[in-house]
Design a protein around this ligand. Structure first.
Ligand code: FES
Length: 157
């Protein structure tokens, strides 16, 4: 269903595999949803959980982390470290009501432009079905702003 809503996906792409896959998708003129804003990182291990949270907080509807297949990371086990972080981060976000589909981890080799394009299309369709993230309402709820701490008087003896 096309409701006209175009989600924004921030894509953190590994330089050695997935960024090249995105490049290949472009040069091969593969058509896919224009929803991803790619950010090149040297390895998925470089992606701090804060990067994902910042992207979601600042308006992304979803974040895609894409890197080399397990066993093919150019920094040996960087993608395994990324997988561990991703698993923990997604579990934490679930506690705040952020759906699993909003943060996805994809393996895409440099030759897999078509697979990466399909992953972006699939994620776009899932985010369209969910609608905008609305970080403030979803994660912060109706929490009032914290009151300024009171300065306590101290007795000087
Ligand atoms: Fe690609 Fe580590 S170099 S995920």
């Amino acid at each position: 269903m096309d409701n006209g809503y175009q989600p924004i996906i921030v894509g953190f792409l590994c330089n050695w595999c997935s960024y090249r896959a995105a490049d290949l998708a472009g040069t091969a003129r593969i058509h896919y949803a224009p929803t991803m804003r790619p950010i090149r990182v040297m390895c998925t291990a470089r992606i701090e959980p804060e990067f994902v949270l910042k992207a979601l907080r600042e308006g992304a509807d979803g974040v895609m982390i894409a890197g080399c297949h397990p066993g093919e990371c150019h920094y040996v086990e960087g993608n395994i470290k990324a997988l561990r972080r991703f698993t923990l981060l997604r579990a934490m976000l679930r506690q705040f009501g952020v759906e699993d589909q909003r943060v996805q981890l994809v393996w895409a080799a440099a030759s897999e432009g078509k697979q990466l394009a399909e992953a972006v299309d699939r994620m776009t369709a899932e985010l369209r079905a969910l609608g905008p993230l609305r970080w403030r309402e979803t994660v912060l709820g109706d929490l009032p702003a914290p009151a300024a701490p009171k300065l306590e008087e101290t007795e000087v003896g």
